[in-house]
Design a protein around this ligand. Structure first.
Ligand SMILES: Nc1nc2c(c(=O)[nH]1)N[C@H]1C(S)=C(S)[C@@H](COP(=O)(O)O)O[C@H]1N2
Ligand SMILES: [Mo]
Length: 317
């Protein structure tokens, strides 16, 4: 399918309905971002940027902490996995153009002392929005570097206070088949669901992302709020979340239901465990000509390897 946006540069002002669109500066204002706090929060010292020196401005390119440049806004917003809209990555942007991402609430319930339904605007004002430049490694062996905006999932959890029985989180994407034609497909158990262990969710790398490139989250990337867990294959980073439930049972996930031996619950990036149908030892960075080696935990081992001590990682693919 051809992409009608391909020939023109796409800005989120064009792909987001006007009434929900905030300019980058207004979003940053609404989200309470201060240049100083972004610098402190960025996990990558070399990637520290202020509002004025964003990669969006021409002349400077932001990098991740390994020194690899971020992908362009056009790449990040025109090559998307979002099966609710289409299985064709280039068709997701046009098909999600009129998705209603506002108003929006996220219900946090289950084994918590203080269950609460948050409006997205509450989440934006309760928690300072930080920029996080992360690698995204899809299980299909391509990758990108994305400058997300968001806040630690741990901040939200600390507010609702999981009980001592809570061991897992279950995330759910919105179910709206009128707007998301892919949800008419009988091959997938909708709505999309994902899960994490509580200790994984509390890791500082795990964020709820509300934007990218300093703008509100584009529809095709999971507006208005999605999970980002960069040490795991991309399918764990569930989009357009409406529900987070704390539970004592490991939740079913869409992909582990469809193909349990291909897409496990943990799904930590691991170059030594191949997908049954392809190698995971290398990846194609979108925009690059040659492949690059895939890193254990997608390069985040220092921060997350201790979560899996004593586990046979080859069995928890
Ligand atoms: N609800 C939902 N979340 C989803 C998906 C999806 O199809 N539906 N695809 C996943 C996959 S396979 C990847 S690689 C990433 C892609 O995120 P991006 O389009 O922002 O790069 O989203 C993940 N989250
Ligand atoms: Mo993916």
């Amino acid at each position: 399918m051809s992409n009608p946006f391909k020939s023109v540069p796409v800005r989120s002002s064009e792909i987001t309905p006007k009434h929900v669109y905030l300019s980058r500066r207004d979003f940053i204002k609404a989200a309470g971002v201060v240049a100083g706090s972004m610098a402190l929060a960025a996990c990558a010292p070399e990637a520290v940027a202020t509002e004025e020196s964003s990669a969006m401005d021409s002349g400077s390119t932001k990098m991740d902490e390994l020194g690899t440049p971020v992908n362009t806004f056009e790449q990040i917003t025109n090559y998307n996995n979002y099966y609710e809209f289409s299985t064709n990555k280039e068709a997701v942007a046009p098909l999600s153009e009129n998705f209603t991402a506002s108003p929006w609430t996220v219900e946090v319930s289950g084994l918590v002392n203080k269950p609460k339904t948050f409006g997205v605007e509450d989440l934006l004002s309760l928690f300072p929005q930080e920029e996080r430049i992360y690698r995204l490694r899809c299980v299909e062996a391509w990758s990108m570097v994305i400058p997300w905006m968001g806040f630690p999932l741990a901040s939200l959890l600390n507010m609702v206070e999981p009980t001592s029985d809570a061991q897992y989180l279950r995330f759910e994407t919105v179910y709206r088949p009128e707007e998301m034609k892919g949800q008419g497909s009988p091959f997938y158990p909708w709505p999309y669901q994902e899960g994490l262990r509580v200790d994984e969710a509390m890791n500082d790398l795990a964020i709820l992302a509300t934007g990218l490139y300093g703008e509100m989250m584009p529809n095709q990337n999971g507006a208005p709020i999605r999970l980002v867990v960069p040490w795991k294959y991309g399918f764990k980073s569930i989009k357009s979340i409406v529900k987070i439930e704390l539970t004592d049972k490991r939740p079913d996930t869409l992909w582990s239901t469809v193909a349990p031996n291909e897409y496990g619950f943990y799904a930590n990036v691991n170059p030594e465990v191949d997908h049954p149908r392809w190698s995971q030892s290398s990846e194609r960075r979108i925009g690059d000509l040659s492949r690059r080696p895939t890193l254990m935990f997608n390069g985040y081992g220092e921060q997350v390897a201790s979560l899996y001590e004593g586990m046979d990682l080859s069995l928890h693919y």
